[in-house]
Design a protein around this ligand. Structure first.
Ligand code: TLP
Length: 346
């Protein structure tokens, strides 16, 4: 039985066309600024996001972290939603690397209000950390793949700006938001001082992310990338895959979104499985079963459906390039039979 892998959109394998471009990429030493393919990618990303400059990095984590390092100084505070990737899944990097304190804001499905931002900013007082940065996430992973409505995003950014904060956007899945709302990624990104994007999620490249932003921020971020060991030499091999992904794999994200809806609807029809279909906005489905998420993930893996628990009760299913409509229907019937066999009984 072929496993169907919904653990993440990071699990995709490069397509044959992408592999061909990787093999043929023109390269140079990028630490000397001499890799033409990396340069082309950085220029395209900056232009596409409506920002001044960009730097290519190995991972979304590194993109976010060099942004935080570039914006903040030791003892500063970064405001971010409590379930954000930078708090939950980056190995404690915010305090560990930069001596920066996360200021979590309890959002709803990953989104907060302008009033919450204003209330969270600390007054200038010797007791307080300096609130320096607001970091947002679009789409919001733990929130369910949530898209930031543009006007709400604008209002939240304005609240941050009014308090003198810099604004960073974790846009690991910003192109999913672009396709979901039918507006360019720059709609959000150009309002920020820095925005990270990932090529290795829904876009299907094997490795790579970029940080785009104001030229001064990117200059500093480039120094921090080197400090973290992210100077990658003949990285044009990877940038070629990212360029291919940007050109060929953005509009097809709509298929992943449709597959997620189909999966959500299929799972919701199984008695004992709870899915809030209103939360399925992009390529993710969060489902709750009558057992803890980690146990559900184990049972389903044995039936050839791979998915990760996210939090104690929810199992996250992520649709991507390597999951077809037929896979969705197979997965739903595998989950249904696990429920009907009693394997998922509490
Ligand atoms: N997210 C991964 C896991 O780390 C949870 C996933 O499977 O979803 N920002 C966001 C919003 C992300 O979801 C991720 C990856 C990253 C940043 C980090 O990207 P990488 O894995 O390239 O460091």
């Amino acid at each position: 039985m072929k496993p169907i892998d919904f653990r993440s959109d990071t699990v995709t394998k490069p397509t044959p066309a992408m592999r061909r471009l990787i093999a043929e990429a023109d390269v140079g030493d990028d630490v000397y600024g001499e890799d033409p393919t990396v340069r082309r990618l950085e220029e395209q990303v900056a232009e596409r996001l409506g920002l001044e400059a960009a730097v290519f990095v190995p991972s979304g984590t590194q993109a976010n972290q060099i942004a935080i390092g570039a914006h903040c100084r030791t003892g500063d505070e970064v405001l971010t939603e409590a379930g954000s990737h930078i708090i939950q899944y980056e190995g404690g990097a915010v305090p560990a690397l930069w001596g920066v304190q996360p200021g979590p804001i309890a959002g709803e499905r990953g989104l907060m209000s302008p009033e919450q931002v204003t209330a969270a900013v600390r007054e200038d007082n010797i007791h307080n950390p300096r609130t320096r940065l607001l970091s947002l996430e679009n789409t919001h992973n733990r929130g369910g793949g949530t898209v930031w409505p543009v006007e709400r995003f604008r209002a939240v950014v304005a609240a941050g700006r009014a308090a003198g904060l810099a604004v960073h956007l974790d846009g690991a899945r910003l192109f999913n938001a672009e396709v979901a709302l039918g507006v360019p990624a720059s709609t959000w990104a150009k309002l920020t001082d820095s925005t990270s994007v990932c090529f290795s999620k829904g876009l299907g490249a094997p490795v790579g992310s970029a940080l785009a932003g104001r030229a001064d921020v990117i200059r500093e971020a480039r120094r921090l990338r080197k400090r973290l060991g992210g100077g990658m030499r003949q990285a044009g091999l990877l940038a070629a895959a990212a360029l291919y992904a940007l050109e060929n794999h953005v509009t097809r994200l709509a298929e992943d979104h449709a597959n997620a809806r189909r999966l959500g609807e299929g799972l919701a029809r199984i008695p004992g499985v709870r899915v809030d279909l209103g939360l399925v906005e992009t390529n993710m489905v969060f489902a709750e079963f009558s057992k803890p998420a980690s146990e559900v993930a184990r049972v389903l893996a044995a039936r050839g459906v791979l998915a990760n628990g996210m939090g104690a009760s929810a199992v996250r299913f992520v649709c991507h390039l390597d999951v077809s409509v037929a896979d969705i229907d197979d997965a739903v019937s595998r989950v249904r039979s696990a429920v009907e066999d009693g394997a998922l009984r509490p």
